[in-house]
Design a protein around this ligand. Sequence first.
Ligand code: NI
Length: 185
Amino acid sequence: MALLKIAKIGHPLLRQVARELNVAELLLPETQRFIDDLIETMRDANGLGLAAPQVFRSLSVVAIEGRGRNPRYPDAPTIPMTVLVNPRFTFLSEEQEWGYEGCLSIDDLRANVPRSTRATVEALDRAGQPVRIEAEGFFAVVLQHEIDHLFGTLFVDRADPRTFTHQREYERYVLAAPAPHEEGA
Ligand code: NI
C-alpha cells in the first residue's frame, strides 16, 4: 500500500465531475489496490472521508470512516469503514442543520455549512454489490461532503462565507464555545 498525495483547492481536478466505474474495472487488482491506498491515505491524514479526486484520480469512489479520537474532529461519532462506488443520493431531507466542516484539500479552513439531516445513498460497494445507505446526523453530513467532491463541489461553495475561520481561531472561538444546550440554566 502507499500514501497518496492530496490535491489542494485550486487544482482543476477538484472541480471536475468524477467518472463512474463499471464493475469489471472496479474488480481489477489495480483498482482494488487504489481503494486500499485511498483508505490508508485517509487514515494517515486523520480524515473522516476522502474522495478519489482528492488524490488526483477522477473516479467516482469515496471512503468514509470515523474511528473516534480523531484529532481533527475530536467530537465525531464512530462511522464504520464505508467505501462507495458511483454513489448517488436518492433522498435528501429538506430539513437542514448547520455545522462546521473542514477538508483535507483546504488547509486550515473551517466554515459553517448547511446540510440535510437525513440522506439516502445508492451505490456499489468495493466488491461491486449494490448497497443502499440511510444515514442521519453526522454520517449524513460526511456523505454529503464526500459525494460533493465527486461532482466538483467543495464545502466552501455551500458555506456561509462570513463564517470562514482559520483552524487556530476555530479551536479558540468555535470548539471552545459552549454548546447551545449547555448555555443558561
Ligand atoms: Ni473534503
